[in-house]
Design a protein around this ligand. Sequence first.
Ligand SMILES: Nc1ncnc2c1ncn2[C@@H]1O[C@H](COP(=O)(O)OP(=O)(O)OP(=O)(O)O)[C@@H](O)[C@H]1O
Ligand SMILES: [Mn+2]
Length: 487
Amino acid sequence: MSSMGISRNRKGPDKIPRHRGLFLSLFLLIILVLMVNFYFAFVMNSDSNKLLSQTEPSKIFYAQSKVFSSTIRNVILLDSPVKENYNSVGNIIRNASSDFSFKIETLVKKISFKYSKLSPFLHNEISKLWTYLQPSVGTSTQLWSVAKEWVGARNIVPAQAPLLGSVLKTMSFAKIVKAQNAPGGTQLKLLITFEGGQQALFKPQWYKRDEVIEGPVYSGKDRHNAEVAAFHLALLLGLRRVPITAARKINLHTEIMPVASKSLLKTFTVDGKNNTCFYGTCHYCSRSDAVCGNKVWLEGAVILMLPSNFKLKHFRSPWQRTYKENKAAKWEIESNYCESVKSNKIYNPQSGPRLLDLIDAAIFDFLIDNGDRHHYEVRGNVSGAAVLFIDNGKSFGHPFQDHLDILAPLYQCCVLRKTTWERLLLFAGGTLGAALEKLLTTSSITPVLTSFHLTAVNRRLRAIYATAEFCFQKYGIAHVLTDDGYR
Ligand SMILES: Nc1ncnc2c1ncn2[C@@H]1O[C@H](COP(=O)(O)OP(=O)(O)OP(=O)(O)O)[C@@H](O)[C@H]1O
Ligand SMILES: [Mn+2]
């Protein structure tokens, strides 16, 4: 037996090496293909942290997303004539949004490779912003005038802002000399005055970080962490139109009650667990729905008020929702809705930056999942003033849902500011979530967002790329990307 075996082996050298060589090459080829596959799967799907080496690597979660399930699908084409349709259970079909979600689903898959390459400029940009967010000088009320001088017609924070971290730190620690109910709006918030006279809104914490807000996109109360996250995301996107927002833990007994107005103080209570609470006065405020601290400590977002000479002009958004399940807005059913928007002089692209500003806002809102921008504000009496992103409280409510209809201004008008698009490309390859995570490590209430929300931001950016691709394919890239001289 053994001799047979040996003889077989001995015969081998003539024949077997050829087979072996063939097998070996085949094996190596398979390994190579697998490695390439793994590499691309990793680059395209992961929140790449390689460029963000100064932060802790973010945990990657691939949560099952209900991306396109929140809108009702149907088969009517986007260009169909205007008519209200009802589905079999009598709900209104919102054609303009549901048709689009159907198209975009396929596009997201098709374009993933095209937008998978990491930008060589990313690391520098993030490092710069991260440095700005570090307090470089001590807290000082003199910084109020610095922040005041920053405010321009197009930006609330300038591109170069090395004192930003110091301003934020001062907002988190400066002495509060007065606390009142904040006027305006429907949500409970305080108007606080710091030493030095600077005012800010204080939006309190209602939810734990991992609470998922179910229901329509505008459901729930304001999320204080969403305001903080939105401010940082706007810095990353170069859309510095969000009022400066810091996190703060307030001692209600020592910092608010002694300086509270009489009417506010009247609404303070203590709950069964000895936590201090207050309910204030606002549209949705009631004694039975007070906000409570952890004993005396209440976390919240401090939003710096714009300078008082900065008069705000208030506009209804053309893409406002009806806030009624059984009533659709015009934009939800009219396929050529953008044309009617542009027929209004202020939205005509030839007459100013407003339409492109609203499209910037739509992109920003889609990323943060804010479907509640019913009104918007711009600085009055200044030409070319930017649409400000005031009130981001209803964002980051549901990390597993994306409301594609927030992007309606983009897919209905198919125009996009070139500088905005270039900035979005900075985060190709799934890096936006990790970049945001890094900036948010500078906040005093980390973690500001759960990793599910950070993953959602990457997923939503892919949908934005796909939406832009839809427009490029329909009208040509040169028609879509616009340089209107504003940014
Ligand atoms: N940082 C700021 N600087 C100046 N004005 C501000 C600022 N933040 C908010 N405001 C003003 O206060 C109003 C109410 O604020 P905000 O929208 O945050 O409250 P809200 O209760 O969520 O409102 P709504 O119920 O309308 O959504 C804004 O429309 C704006 O006019
Ligand atoms: Mn609001």
